[in-house]
Write a protein that binds this ligand. Sequence first.
Ligand SMILES: Cc1cc2nc3c(=O)[nH]c(=O)nc-3n(C[C@H](O)[C@H](O)[C@H](O)COP(=O)(O)OP(=O)(O)OC[C@H]3O[C@@H](n4cnc5c(N)ncnc54)[C@H](O)[C@@H]3O)c2cc1C
Length: 483
Amino acid sequence: MRSDRSATTGHERRWRKLETIEFDVVIIGGGAAGSVVASRLAADPDVRVCLIEAGPFGAEGERLPHPRNALKTEFDYDHPITSQIRGNSYVRHSGLSFRDCGFLPPPDDFTAWVAAGATGWSYDAMLPYWNRLAPVAASDRSPLAEDFVAACRTALGVPIRDDFNDGPFTDGAGFLPALAVPPSPDRDRPNLTILDETRAEHLDPSRGVTIRGDQLIRARYEYVLCAGAISTPILLLRSGIGPAAHLESDLGFEVRADLPGVGEHLLGHPASLIVWEPARPIPEADTAAGLFVRRDPALTGPDLAFRLSRTPGEITLTSAVPRPRGAGRLRLSGADPWGKPVLEQHPEAYDERTLVDGLRLAREVAATEPFASWITREITPGPELRGDDELAAYGRAAHHREQHPAGTCRIGAVVDPELRLHGFDNVRIADASVFPEMPSVDPAATVLMVAERAADLISQSFAAEKGQSSVAGNESKREGEQR
Ligand SMILES: Cc1cc2nc3c(=O)[nH]c(=O)nc-3n(C[C@H](O)[C@H](O)[C@H](O)COP(=O)(O)OP(=O)(O)OC[C@H]3O[C@@H](n4cnc5c(N)ncnc54)[C@H](O)[C@@H]3O)c2cc1C
């Protein structure tokens, strides 16, 4: 959000109606993960849930507007990164929620998670959460995308795939799989309070979440941070939880907990793009087609991923690094509560080389029929750029992170395998920030799987806590009767 939307009239009205400020579970962030956690927990009428979301919810509980149309509007967090020595200094990390194309990560992705310290997060353990997500039927398919897929097969010899989610794959071209939007939190549930257009400003796990300057929202059992891989570490740092040196020396904050991993290991899918001028009008139908290539035959999956899209007057092919080797980090720029964070990207030669290969392969596909006849000319990088160094320089300048930030509060360094924040037994994190490593596929489905698992973990401990308190209650009742 560019402005503090919490001071709206709608919010004031809702706030005055709010009778309690204590809930069983308080969830911060109602994006991809937070919506799932809130829906699942509130399905139990005995759990009183509060969801705090900085953005608006629509009348039927849907987030508005569709994120594809929200980039660069007031709904876009639009986090800039710091000036880069090698790379694009105009990268924007968006904090929008979006569930469009959805991929099941291959087994190796979860093997890497377990190796990084996420004990119990194996592929087999995660598969049931994938099975809770619903694929959606293909919509009208654009002839542009059909021709792109055909040209990929002819130019690169990759197979055409009808369903990228029917098992692990090494390469292929086809239409990208879509997932049904997960259940939206149901506003009409009496045990669910949604405070939308409300920003969580500070978290003191022993007192509560501060909103609107001085209002406290307390959780009897748990706080669940679902504000995303940029805003969750921001909230922790603002609350004095993070690397002590940064908090004390750079910001002058009191340290509540020294957790050096908060904000480190900022992951994403580095990506570059090639843009063509279309030779004829592009039909409105779905252009969501993709191409996956494995350059290194020793790998079990692709090492280059492409996505076709269209904007008025342009056909774009984005090429991304599925298994990036570079990472970045997030820091606060100062004590100003609404100041932009400092996001650094640490470039890596492998990632850069992959983007150059991607541009070259994209040109091969563009020169192949039936796709070639859709294109008049290459707009960018432009046909004159051919050498490795020139393409690498372009790749760095046009490079972005695919709006897939992750890893800034990862399992192992910041939370334990049950997603509990180290040092606090009443705070969990459940969003893309807990990814120990970047999934090799688009992350939204993995976020939803993490959220489903988080909801299970929270429900289990809530049931155990309630069992204990009712046992304790019964015992004190019995003691009372005996006296
Ligand atoms: C334009 C765009 C297109 C994308 N396309 C795809 C795609 O096709 N496939 C795919 O797999 N992934 C895609 N992604 C990535 C995907 O949307 C994210 O990986 C996913 O949404 C991350 O989920 P999350 O729950 O971690 O965070 P988010 O979904 O970002 O949710 C975080 C929520 O927390 C709220 N919030 C933040 N700070 C606060 C605060 N202080 N107090 C209260 N609320 C707060 C935010 O408003 C937001 O609603 C796309 C992302 C963007 C931006």
